[in-house]
Design a protein around this ligand. Structure first.
Ligand code: SAM
Length: 319
């Protein structure tokens, strides 16, 4: 964890102890771990000669770079990481069309993207690292991805073993570990997370404490339409997704951010969700957006709640 040298304020001993414990657990040979660790082990000797993170698809390696046996191993490993939620990727010529068209979200963030050059960045809930690779294009000093799920963690580890981008790192940590990183991050991305937390304002306060005084936070959240400061609290599921707590209007999200102490709160984009942006593909064969929405009224979820919109906000730690 050499990058901890770049974070003088981090709770170094606690973080190291936590990561060592995770490392020990990964080595126990548990079935749920091996399912994703072994696909990584199969291809960890492979390096890409050519990468390009400037376009919609994150390109790692060209089709002509691998022997036939290695190409077959890469294909099998990528299939073992299904379902692919975020993308698109082009890995040694294999086009991975993920459930989400993540380039659309990134293109909405781009006009508001803080300067990342030489900055310390956190991507909370980084999934397979699609956005981290897109961030790498902007020369950050370091991007740490927080991602507690093994499938996504090993998918990122595999992709970045191919790509070899030294200033990107992902850890099996969650947003709940931000308190171990006081005053550490110049830029934080919190995208697709807030509505999964039962105390969203506490999460925002913890993130604020993890930011440098000049820090900038980009938030993207599922939301509901409306101008009042209200949040929907679904009885069980929202759009078939369990573990959804508060789903805010844009005004409510802005209010949460202000009340968590952030300054210069700006809602810079919002749009309705659509089945063009989140859909079943060859790399994600399960139900997707169109199955979550009322077939006879696209303004409602299958539970009868208002159909989701997505809301984007940018805030500063202090004025
Ligand atoms: C809806 S996805 C959003 C992914 C990506 N940030 C985006 O905007 O497309 C939520 C991500 O958060 C991860 N996650 C789950 N629990 C988390 C936690 N406690 N802290 C941080 N991330 C978590 C999930 O595994 C998943 O990758």
């Amino acid at each position: 964890m050499q990058y901890l040298d770049l974070l003088p304020n981090a709770e170094r001993q606690e973080i190291l102890a936590l990561l060592q414990e995770k490392e020990r657990w990964l080595g126990l040979g548990k079935k749920g771990v091996e399912r994703f660790r072994l696909p990584f082990e199969r291809v960890k000797h492979i390096r890409a000669q050519h990468c390009d993170f400037s376009g919609d698809a994150v390109i790692i390696g060209g089709a002509d770079e691998l022997s036939e046996p290695d190409a077959a191993k890469v294909y099998k490993t990528l299939r073992d990481f299904m379902p692919w939620r975020k993308g698109p990727f082009d890995i040694f010529g294999i086009s991975v069309d993920a459930e989400w068209r993540s380039e659309r979200k990134w293109n909405r963030v781009l006009p508001e993207l803080p300067d990342l050059r030489d900055k310390i960045v956190a991507d909370i809930g980084c999934n397979n690292g699609y956005y981290m690779f897109r961030m790498a294009q902007h020369d950050p000093k370091l991007v740490i991805g927080f991602e507690p799920y093994l499938q996504h963690y090993f998918a990122f580890k595999t992709l970045n073993t191919f790509a070899g981008i030294g200033n990107l790192a992902a850890e099996l940590l969650g947003v709940e570990h931000m308190t171990l990183f006081p005053n550490c991050f110049d830029v934080v991305f919190l995208m697709g997370i807030l509505y999964h937390r039962s105390s969203p304002v506490d999460v925002l306060r913890d993130i604020r404490a993890a930011m440098s005084p000049e820090g900038v936070l980009i938030v993207e959240s599922q939301g509901i339409p409306g101008n009042e400061s209200l949040a929907l609290f679904p009885e069980h599921r929202y759009a078939k997704v369990p573990g959804t707590y508060f789903v805010p209007t844009g005004a409510c999200l802005a209010n949460w951010l202000s009340r968590a102490g952030f300054a210069d709160v700006e809602i810079f984009y919002s749009h309705p969700m659509s089945s063009e942006e989140q859909r079943q593909t060859e790399w994600m064969v399960f139900e997707s957006y169109e199955d979550f929405i009322d077939k006879s009224d696209s303004a409602l979820t299958v539970e009868g709640y208002p159909a989701p919109i997505r809301i984007f906000a940018k805030v500063k730690n202090s004025a």
